[in-house]
Design a protein around this ligand. Structure first.
Ligand code: BMA
Length: 329
């Protein structure tokens, strides 16, 4: 299948996409998508959202030596919804993984009869998982932790929203001394309005990535059209030491549904990353994403080019920020 790739897009799709499909699992699996990603024991490890033919999702481990090929999937290794828990009664979805000192913190969406909410679990081996319970009440999702504390406190990016509200769904930041008690919540990135690609509803993609210029964020924006929603991706940059300060936010989306596997599936026109991994060269980033709520894909970009793109979009949010010159020789 050939398709037109927009040369202005900063990410390059792997030609072997999709890298994981439902058929990699057993016959009762309907879709595999929206994976978290981490380097673990010399391999790329994905925690894939696997939806079976009940409609409920679980999180299952997939591993590969090179991050592109020969995926080994293990349906029963991961987090299956605990149906005795109200917060997981309708499944677990869309995980984001953050490295902790000697383990990994996994923030994921619990789909409760009261609406989606944010749950936390911890693991050291991706075989056993210690549940830490609900950390944001419904409706809330698209959450991820920063991989370091600020002034002794953890910071969580998340997306609270009221169902049916006309006020929009925006990206927020909340703080905790112990990963249990959360507060000091504040708006981080508001959804734009009107015709914008990221109008009314936005949410974080992968966890924030530390670069020499600040924390790089990739977020999705939802454009509602007469024939459905389009999920596209944009970029923002936060201050290294104070992540409440938005240094830059791109005006244009930098990646959107183009290929047949992104444009057609259970939910057409969706690209939805929950993880990315920086290669040893310190510049190449592999972004793992769900396409059309059906399959797992990967695309690569240069972090330097992403930052360079953002350097053309400094924001005046908060204090006056001088025009930035990130471009490197
Ligand atoms: C969002 C999330 C994602 C999903 C996307 C498109 O609200 O639920 O899991 O990929 O919608 O359906």
């Amino acid at each position: 299948m050939t398709y037109e790739v927009d040369p202005r897009e900063l990410f390059t799709r792997y030609e072997g996409n999709p890298i994981i499909e439902a058929s990699a699992f057993h016959s009762m699996v309907n879709a595999a998508f929206n994976p978290a990603a981490v380097s673990f024991e010399g391999q790329t490890l994905l925690l894939v959202r696997v939806e079976d033919r009940t409609g409920l999702s679980r999180l299952a481990v997939a591993t590969s030596d090179d991050g592109f090929t020969d995926w080994e999937v293990e349906l029963n290794r991961g987090i299956a919804p605990d149906l005795d828990r109200f917060e997981e009664q309708w499944g677990v979805e869309d995980p984001r993984i953050t490295r902790d000192d000697d383990g990994y913190l996994i923030v994921y969406t619990g789909y409760s009869p009261g609406g989606p909410l944010v749950c936390l679990a911890r693991t050291t081996d991706f075989r056993t998982f210690e549940r830490r319970g609900v950390i944001q009440a419904p409706e809330d999702k698209d959450a991820a932790l920063f991989p370091r504390k600020f002034g002794g406190r953890w910071a969580l990016i998340h997306r609270p929203a009221a169902r049916g509200s006309e006020h929009g769904a925006h990206i927020w930041l909340s703080w905790s001394p112990d990963l249990r008690h959360w507060g000091d919540s504040q708006i981080l990135l508001p959804a734009r309005r009107g015709a914008w690609w990221d109008a009314d509803k936005i949410g974080l993609g992968p966890p924030p990535l530390l670069t020499e210029h600040g924390w790089l964020l990739c977020y999705h924006g939802v454009r509602v059209t007469v024939s459905g929603s389009i999920y596209r991706l944009g970029l923002a940059l936060l201050d290294r030491e104070d992540p409440t300060v938005v240094i830059a936010r791109g005006n244009e989306w930098i990646f959107g549904p183009k290929t047949i596997y992104e444009r057609s599936g259970d939910v057409p026109d969706v690209v939805f990353p929950c993880g990315w991994i920086l290669d040893d060269d310190g510049d190449t980033i592999r972004m793992y994403y769900g396409a059309a709520d059906s399959v797992v894909c990967v695309a690569t970009a240069s972090v330097r080019q992403l930052i360079d793109h953002l350097s053309r979009h400094p924001t005046l949010q908060g204090s006056e920020v001088p025009r930035l010159d990130f471009a490197q020789e």
